[in-house]
Design a binder for this molecule. Structure first.
Ligand code: NAP
Ligand code: MG
Length: 504
């Protein structure tokens, strides 16, 4: 299935008609029903109607997947093959993803309500690029020798952890799968993936394509189902060596407890954010700032851990910048995610929409000034659409100032001095991303280093690319970084081999 650029609605509709959903679990190289035979219904968030039914896995399925993963690891068909061999299989996998990228994009669009244009031009290419980057890195890294005397050789080597669990969120289904799986597979581990209940279709297709590319059976398993049941079971499993997670801080915290209660497995957490966008007096071209700032907060419906949901702007620039942002946001068409012109689709599900609307209500109640949006829209579609929303005059103790909303809601604050701006930006329990706008290179360096965040982008909104680590300070994360060679290190154990030489 292919879709040519520019995207056309008629071609998209035709492709949707040809889609085939993989809805069973993928364990030990084949699709299978949940052992219980149970299924659950997943809903299309753009219509509120059922999309398909998937296997609802339970604890016996977790055990089966972990057993298959362990068996594959022990056989060494993946873990012990040469780096060059793993590289070649993962590159073939990336080629297959490229050949099927329209299908993968449509799956995420239907499952998550993400605009098709984003899925085709951002999510799918980033996913492919991510696997290629990690594949290419495999045979470029060298091990180390310790600086011993002549009687010894101290080899410092890295070995795969074994069986790794990956628990995924619903906001970037295939992309978050790639950010975890790229380095997990590159370093020779076996993996059991627990995709988000709402968005499991692309992960199941990835597993099928991985098998086609030659990843041995048992190395890559996917079990759809409830996080509190099978996600928790994976985290408490005595034969799982690590779990990589992206999602809420609340669930992330629980994972650390599961680890402590079971086998002290390594837990890598990528969590939420309440990310500042700092616009200094020296910001320069406000049209540029407005375009980037709108994208930073509203892209992916604001359902993004790096959404810049706090705009911290110099008092002198605020009115001019806000006027421009309201104009730019007006150009962000809200609507059917299958329409190539759509930039804001529905929120993921009804309960989440209600949570976002509740935050909007609290902003109004607590006295913030509503400048844009502030309500549910397109009700007649049955979908969970919320208008892009901007609040001005937000006070630091309001809920919309402090809590992650995970929806299209911006809170605006003003400052007079650079010190105030930095203090306001860092006044959060989170620390995932931040942006700063200034035309002064010295100021850019100074402020970028003063902001307590894992990624600081200067004069733009960016999460970096495959070469740069991504993860958070504070309660935005724990131990882990996605992307880059640093992600390889966390999926390996460090081993010392100390050899006594025969020196006579
Ligand atoms: P969540 O509950 O943290 O879910 C993330 C993943 O963890 C899902 O696969 C989920 O399974 C699973 N899970 C849930 N409870 C679990 C448990 N006890 N043990 C192991 N795994 C478990 O996130 P959510 O409910 O989807 O969204 C809630 C909030 O989290 C959002 O409003 C947002 O603030 C934040 N969030 C952040 C990110 C991010 O990128 N950092 C992504 C998504 C959400 P299910 O499929 O059953 O839910
Ligand atoms: Mg949840």
């Amino acid at each position: 299935m292919t879709l040519s650029s520019p995207l056309e609605r008629s071609a998209i509709d035709k492709a949707v008609g040809q889609l085939k959903f993989r809805t069973q679990a993928f364990i030990d190289g084949r699709f299978c029903d949940a052992a219980s035979g149970k299924t659950y219904v997943s809903v299309n968030p753009a219509t509120g109607k059922p999309l398909t039914e998937l296997a609802s896995c339970d604890i016996p399925d977790v055990d089966a997947a972990v057993k298959a993963a362990r068996r594959a690891f022990d056989k060494g068909l993946w873990a012990k093959c040469s780096g060059a061999q793993r590289k070649s299989v993962l590159l073939k996998f990336a080629d297959l993803l490229e050949a099927n990228q329209a299908e993968l994009a449509l799956l995420d669009c239907l499952d998550a309500g993400k605009p098709i244009n984003d899925c085709m031009t951002l999510d799918a290419p980033d996913t492919i690029d991510c696997f290629r980057w990690h594949a290419e890195a495999i045979d470029k890294e060298y091990e180390r020798l310790a600086p011993t005397g002549p009687e010894n050789v101290g080899m410092i080597v890295r070995e795969p952890l074994g069986v790794v669990g990956a628990i995924l969120p619903w906001n970037f289904p295939m992309q978050m799968a790639a950010w975890k799986l790229g380095p997990i597979l590159a370093t020779g581990n076996s993996v059991v993936v627990k995709p988000a209940r709402q968005t499991s279709l692309s992960a199941l297709r990835l597993a099928e394509l991985a098998a086609e590319a030659g990843i041995p059976e048992g190395v890559f398993n996917v079990i759809p189902g409830s996080g509190s049941v099978i996600g928790a079971a994976l985290c408490k499993h005595m034969d799982v060596d690590a779990v990589a997670f992206t999602g809420s801080t609340e669930v992330g915290r629980q994972l650390l407890e599961y680890s402590a209660q079971s086998n002290l497995k390594r837990i890598l957490l990528e969590l939420g954010g309440k990310n500042p966008q700092v616009v200094l007096e020296s910001a320069g071209d406000l049209d540029h700032v407005a375009a980037e700032a709108v994208s930073c907060v509203f892209w992916n419906m604001g359902e993004n851990c790096s959404s810049g949901s706090r705009l911290i702007v110099h008092r002198k620039l605020k009115d001019a910048l806000l006027a421009r942002m309201v104009n730019v946001a007006g150009e962000w068409t809200v609507g059917d995610p299958l329409d190539p012109a759509t930039r804001i689709g529905p929120l993921i599900e009804e309960a989440h929409m209600k949570k976002v609307l509740d935050y909007i209500e609290s902003g109004k109640q607590q006295g913030a000034k509503l400048v844009l949006g502030g309500e549910r829209i397109l009700r007649e579609t049955g979908g969970y659409f919320v208008a892009a929303t901007i609040f001005d005059d937000v006070q630091p103790d309001m809920r919309i100032a402090r809590e992650e909303i995970f929806g299209p809601v911006l809170s605006v604050f003003t400052f007079d001095t650079e010190e105030q701006a930095i203090a306001m930006a860092n006044d959060t329990t989170y620390g995932l991303t931040a942006s700063v706008y200034t035309q002064n290179v010295g100021t850019a360096h100074r402020v970028a280093r003063a902001l307590r965040a894992g990624t600081v982008s200067v004069n733009c909104f960016s999460e970096g690319d495959a070469t740069t680590p991504f993860g958070g300070f504070g309660q935005s994360g724990f131990f882990g970084r996605d992307k880059s060679i640093f992600a390889h290190y966390q999926y390996t154990e460090l081993k010392t081999v100390w050899m006594q030489l025969n020196t006579h």
